[in-house]
Design a protein around this ligand. Sequence first.
Ligand code: SF4
Length: 302
Amino acid sequence: MQLYEHINGLGRDLKSRFGEKVHKLTINASFTCPNRDGTSGLGGCTFCNNASFSSKTGSQLSIREQLENSKPGMRAKRYLAYFQTYTNTYAEVEELRRLYEEALTTTDIVGLCVGTRPDCVPDATLDLLAEYQQQGYEVWLELGLQSSFDKTLDLINRGHHFDAYVDAVTRAHQRGLKICTHLIIGLPGEEPTDSLITLDRVLDLGCEGLKLHPLHIVRGSQMARQWKHGEIQAIAQQDYVDVAARMIQQTPWDVVMHRVSATARKPTLLAPDWCDDRWPVLNQIAQRLVAEGGQGSSLLRC
Ligand code: SF4
């Protein structure tokens, strides 16, 4: 796809370093979330699906089985194990070691991506991830920040502020770990310029990867109720394309773009409708980058 000629995507980055395609395989390791049980907060982020917490959250399969089951049909021979569901550092370090090592000892797994919150990465956990990196594994710490504005973080009940992100990134970088920061475009109360300010703050602090995501309003979330009552609105496709393209153009080429949009399936997805199809929005972002310049292009102009 044309988009990938104009961004430094994760696939390109991995292929250049491994010499072949490396794919991410998603794991549900039955973690929960400290923003639900009172450790960081209660009720969870307002965009998060409450229903998913009322039933058993984990997979019935072991980590090894989940990874092996995901491989068929993939056009790759090597893989990263992506601990994606909920807060994947929310356990004692010895339990984390057991889970991560089950993944790393599965055939053809060359590394880990660990999705978590900035306030849930104690030093011992970072030390463990750094240990795997020193052993030669590919390691990405994926931090959900969403916004750098404390006012927004309070509004969406994240249970942490920007200073928690600064602290997590500082300690991770002291250990040489790579950070992929997750940002949501279209959060309530935010203007497009707020997303660009958040990007500036994140880039100033330093990060190695970015994941951009439109706000999804999903069934079972607190936002679903707000949306039904007309208190919040979903972002329009054209607005998302505009902000995402500008963010990509302001991101230096050496920052790896793990994702520039995201989809969700109906009926879980309530709004925006366009988020149930990944290609139109990616094509529009690509057209913008072709016409105006790709990743990092606005940094070249003075
Ligand atoms: S989005 Fe993540 S941090 Fe927020 S409530 Fe859901 S699982 Fe917890």
